[in-house]
Structure formats: C-alpha cells, structure tokens
Design a protein around this ligand. Structure first.
Ligand SMILES: Cc1cc2nc3c(=O)[nH]c(=O)nc-3n(C[C@H](O)[C@H](O)[C@H](O)COP(=O)(O)OP(=O)(O)OC[C@H]3O[C@@H](n4cnc5c(N)ncnc54)[C@H](O)[C@@H]3O)c2cc1C
Length: 387
C-alpha cells in the first residue's frame, strides 16, 4: 500500500520541527489572550461610564433642562424661546403652570432664591388649599413639581441684563447666555429691607418677621415691636394692634414719614406706643426673641439706652423690588415697582409682562402673587395668538 505523500510530508515536517510548532502555538495563545483581554477591558470601561452617568443623573436635582440640548448653550449663542419666565416664587410658578398648559413651552430661570421669599419662612397658614398650613419650602416644592409636570423647563440662572429696546426681547443669563424671547414674564419679586444687625439673622423665624400680614397671627395677645416710620410701618402697626396686646413703634426720628391719615390713626390706637428717636441696637432672648435693646437720642448729649420686652420684632422699613435690569425700558414708580397697564400684567412694552411682588406695592402676599402670575400667562398667551 502506497502511503499518502502529503500526510507523510506534513508529519515529516512536524517531526522535523517540533520546537517551531510549539513556539507558534504559544504565540497564537498569547495573541488570543491579548485580544480577549482588550475586548473585556473595553466593555468594562463602557459599562462603568454608563453606571456613573446614571448615578450622576439620579443624584442631580430634578431639572428638565438637563434633557434639552438648548439649555447648555454657552456664550455668544442665542436661544429662542416662546415664553421666558424670570423668577421662581409663587408668581413665576403660577405663570409657568398656566403657560405650560397653554402650550407656550415656558422656560424659567430661578434666580438666586429658588422658590422665592416663602422659602425663608416656616408656617404658611393663609394660602388657600392647605387646611393644616404648610411650610414655605414645601409649598414651593409642590408648585415647582406642578409646573414641571406640565413641561416647564426650570433652570438655574440669574437674568443679569435685559435689552427690551427692539421687537426682540433679549435677556442675558449669568452674563453669558442670551435668550431671545417672544414673551417675557417678569416675576422677580421684592426683597424686604432689614436693618442689617446680626440679631436679625440669629432670630430669623424665631420672632423676627418682615411681614405683619403673614406672621401677625402667631403673636395674638402678645407684645410686639414694629420698626419704621413710613406708611408701611403705620399700616403694619395698626394691623398688629388688632391682634396683639401691645405694639411698640420704634421710630428713628421724632416725626413719621407716612401719610397724615395713617399717622392720626396710629396715634389714636390705644395699644400702640410710639418710641420716638429710638433705634434698635440688638435683640435678646433665649432661642426666640424676648426683647429689644434700644439706643435713645443717638448722637445727642442725652443719648441713653433702653430695653423693651416683646415676643415679635417686625421690620417695616420697606421692600426693594427686583426690577433694576428692566428699569431702563419699563415704567416704574419711585421705589422701583414695575407699573402695569390697568388691571392687567402688561407693561408698556408689548410682549413683556410683570407679576407678583415686583409690580405690587400694596398686597405683597403669596396668593396675590400667584393670582397675578396667572394673569401674566393668560396675557402672554393672548398676545402670542394675536401677533
Ligand atoms: C419671611 C416671610 C414670610 C412670609 N409669609 C407669608 C405668608 O405666610 N403668606 C403669604 O401669603 N405671604 C407671605 N410672605 C410674602 C410672600 O412670600 C410674597 O408675597 C411672595 O413670595 C411674592 O411672590 P413673587 O413670586 O412675586 O416673588 P418672590 O417670592 O420674591 O420670588 C422672586 C423670585 O425671583 C427670583 N429672581 C429675582 N431676581 C432675579 C433675576 N434677576 N433673575 C432670575 N430670577 C430672579 C428669585 O430668585 C425668586 O425666585 C412672606 C414673606 C416673607 C419674607
């Protein structure tokens, strides 16, 4: 039987070079190992990236803007929006709820105080719909959730400049990004003025208040002090006199700045005592306000000090509306409150609306701010449907 030549030949080669075959085998195994390892490492890296980004997303604060490429635009780029809401207090969020439900795709910038003034207070007992009261931060979180539910794009950021000179309304955010908005709803609120003494911070929410209508109820039948000599202070003192046992008015000068009518009313109220030429030096109390340290006749030869015992200390030295960046284009009163047309939220510039405390020198309540936010969104929607 004739042997098969090729088989004989291969066998012969293997027999001839066993070391070479072993070497080739080893090289092949090393290459296979490296290929396998490479694939594994690649997969692991990608897996880790996915997990990391998911974890990051989970722990990030809820923000619809994160899903929107436009929200990430940077310096020099202009983003066009239908409805821009500036401010995230009760006015801004109510405007957002209405605007979102009217398909205006509102974009909101929250500013430095997301949630607005109510986030600085504990109990809110006068907002309809909360029979047991609610804390300010909780209420604002609810409003935010409601606005987001209908598609409001809520973003971190501060409006730092405005150009309302032309038909396009340009708002600069954080000094870099520019938004071109068909409608702008200004809901930037107002900031209560404080004396600037450290004790105001120390006793914030524990006896210090900048809103008698909001907090007076907590001081029924107690003694309180009101600081200020203008109409606001007179109004607050008269309001508190109806609730409290005694109201001291701490007045820096020896005259009031408020209207004659209000002055007379305050002076005729039996449980209001006016402390002329008194200034607040500090507050005292164990955890809560128990009294006020005063300087009497400051800077004069008869300067002295005094103490009064009170449970509540009410600042009534005014509010500063957050309207500075718009003042150049919009009409404001002497304090800075934006003026709107008649009973609407319209400003003198078509497509620009104002709501809440920034345009309300009188009521300054969460419910009135929310109501005017509703008006602003409806006015914006009607404006857009008419152009
Ligand atoms: C301590 C305290 C307790 C109160 N308690 C009550 C109460 O019990 N009941 C009640 O009805 N009212 C209460 N008020 C009053 C109430 O908070 C205000 O009337 C209400 O918050 C006004 O709403 P707003 O939306 O107009 O403005 P704000 O709540 O002032 O909100 C303004 C918003 O605008 C933002 N903003 C400002 N400037 C800019 C900018 N340039 N760019 C972007 N965003 C900006 C801020 O960050 C903020 O989010 C209280 C107020 C205080 C201070």
């Amino acid at each position: 039987m004739r042997p098969l030549a090729p088989q004989t030949s291969t066998l012969n080669q293997a027999e001839l070079h066993p070391e070479l075959i072993a070497l080739l085998n080893a090289v092949a195994k090393v290459i296979a190992f490296f290929l396998f390892a490479n694939i594994c490492i690649h997969k692991m890296v990608n897996f880790e990236k996915t997990i990391n980004s998911q974890q990051m997303d989970f722990f990030k604060p809820m923000n619809i803007a994160d899903n929107q490429p436009d929200a990430k635009k940077t310096k020099g780029e202009v983003e066009k929006v239908k409805c821009l809401i500036i401010g995230s207090g009760p006015a801004g969020f109510t405007a957002a709820i209405y605007a979102a439900r009217a398909n205006l795709s509102p974009v909101m910038y929250e500013g430095l105080q997301p949630g607005g003034q109510l986030t600085t207070t504990t109990e809110v007992e006068n907002f309809p719909g909360y029979p047991n009261g609610i804390t300010g931060p909780e209420m604002m979180e609810d409003l935010k959730k409601q606005a987001i539910r209908f598609g409001t794009d809520v973003r971190w950021g501060l409006a730092t400049a405005a150009d309302l000179s032309g038909p396009k309304h340009l708002i600069t955010i954080d000094e870099e990004k520019v938004i071109e908005a068909e409608t702008v709803i200004i809901a930037t609120g107002a900031t209560a003025q404080y004396l600037g003494i450290p004790d105001e911070q120390k006793y914030a929410g524990s006896g210090v208040s900048a809103c008698a209508t909001c907090d007076g109820f907590f001081y029924r039948k107690k003694d309180v002090a009101v600081v200020g000599g203008g109409d606001t202070a007179l109004e607050e003192a008269i309001y508190l006199a109806g609730l409290c046992k005694k109201v001291y008015m701490i007045v820096r000068r020896n005259v009031f700045r408020g209207s004659k009518v209000m002055q007379e009313r305050a002076m005729k109220t039996p449980n209001i005592e006016i402390l002329w030429k008194h200034q607040t030096q500090g507050l005292f109390g164990n955890g809560v306000v128990e009294g006020v340290d005063l300087i009497v006749n400051k800077g004069e030869s008869n300067e002295t000090t005094a103490k009064i015992k009170v449970d509540g200390f009410f600042l009534a030295i005014g509010h500063k509306p957050n309207s500075d960046i718009f003042k150049q284009y919009l009409e404001t009163d002497e304090v800075g409150y934006i003026k709107t047309l008649g009973d609407t939220s319209k400003t003198k510039i078509p497509g620009v609306f104002a709501c809440g405390d920034v345009m309300d020198p009188v009521y300054k309540q969460a419910i009135t701010a929310a109501g005017s936010g509703c008006k602003a969104a409806i006015d914006a929607e009607r404006y857009l449907s008419e152009i």
